[in-house]
Design a binder for this molecule. Structure first.
Ligand SMILES: Cc1cc2nc3c(=O)[nH]c(=O)nc-3n(C[C@H](O)[C@H](O)[C@H](O)COP(=O)(O)O)c2cc1C
Length: 157
């Protein structure tokens, strides 16, 4: 096994939740990317971050978006995680979502979502770190979807 594969496997030992980060591009088109790089940063002010690969087709949209949302998926939403990991146009076409106050598409029936104003963007290796100031959030008592070792699982499975 080469070093890069081993490195990826090592990183995969860290169990995470799964999010879909959404925004609108400059033409108003909805964008969504499955991401598990989400992390909390600060309580006061309320800041969170995620990382986007520089090779992403949606990179321009996220770098120029004033607002974005972190949609935290529930254990019932594994199919959404696979759906938004695809590099295709029109990913929102058959998806149930509602627009936030800043027209960011918010997925329905998630575990939670956080709506953010883009606070800072840091160029970092082959990714950009996008830091958002949380301006609105909502949570439910659904069960989380977990990503571990390259597979989806639940907290009790
Ligand atoms: C569980 C999981 C977590 C992922 N996390 C990230 C991430 O944090 N950042 C990222 O840029 N891509 C991540 N990806 C890959 C993107 O979802 C995928 O490359 C992207 O949706 C491809 O479309 P795009 O080229 O339009 O960005 C992840 C994929 C999966 C399945």
């Amino acid at each position: 096994m080469d070093e890069m594969t081993k490195f990826r496997q090592c990183l995969g030992q860290f169990a995470t939740g799964v999010t879909v980060v959404s925004c609108r591009d400059q033409d108003g088109k909805s964008c969504g990317i499955t991401a598990n790089s989400f992390s909390s940063v600060s309580l006061e002010p309320p800041l969170v971050l995620w990382n986007i690969a520089k090779v992403s087709n949606s990179l321009g949209a996220y770098l120029s978006a004033e607002h974005f949302a972190i949609n935290i998926l529930s254990s019932q939403q594994q199919s959404l995680a696979a759906h938004f990991a695809k590099s295709e146009n029109g990913l929102f076409d058959d998806i149930v979502s509602k627009d936030s106050q800043y027209s960011v598409p918010i997925l329905s029936n998630t575990l939670a979502h956080l709506e953010c104003r883009t606070h800072a963007i840091h160029d970092c290796g082959d990714h950009h770190i996008i830091v958002g100031e949380v301006i609105d959030f909502r949570l439910s008592d659904n069960e989380p979807l977990i990503f571990y070792g390259g597979n989806y699982t639940g907290v009790n499975s």
